[in-house]
Design a protein around this ligand. Structure first.
Ligand SMILES: Cc1cc2nc3c(=O)[nH]c(=O)nc-3n(C[C@H](O)[C@H](O)[C@H](O)COP(=O)(O)OP(=O)(O)OC[C@H]3O[C@@H](n4cnc5c(N)ncnc54)[C@H](O)[C@@H]3O)c2cc1C
Length: 82
């Protein structure tokens, strides 16, 4: 209410979007489950002759997808680069 003012306390309408409905899923899209392929060996490698690395939480082999995984991935990458 501080940001939007007192009128924000009295909504006049509500819209909900189901992102997995037929419109979004049409065609042959592949929907990955959360955390699928996290820590995959291909995320540990470097590419472009050692000039491209992946270092986000998704690359961590432990606790990937979480803050702990982000720290583990960052430590691994800093050790690799230094
Ligand atoms: C709603 C929600 C709730 C969560 N709750 C928890 C929880 O309770 N506990 C927990 O452990 N984890 C939780 N997580 C997961 C946790 O937030 C993430 O695992 C963690 O933040 C990932 O850190 P990261 O450094 O790998 O990536 P990010 O935090 O995503 O950092 C990536 C950064 O790169 C920047 N970036 C992107 N593209 C570019 C570009 N081209 N150039 C420059 N910068 C770029 C982005 O702006 C971002 O700042 C939650 C996540 C979400 C979305």
């Amino acid at each position: 209410m501080d940001l939007l003012g007192p009128d924000a306390s009295f909504p006049t309408s509500y819209f909900d979007k189901v992102w997995t409905d037929e419109y979004i899923l049409s065609g042959s899209q592949i929907i990955h489950r959360p955390h699928q392929n996290n820590g995959h060996p291909s995320l540990q490698q470097s590419y472009m002759n050692g000039r491209l690395f992946f270092a986000a939480t998704e690359t961590a082999v432990e606790f990937s997808g979480y803050m702990e995984g982000a720290v583990i991935a960052a430590k691994r990458m800093s050790e690799k680069l230094i």
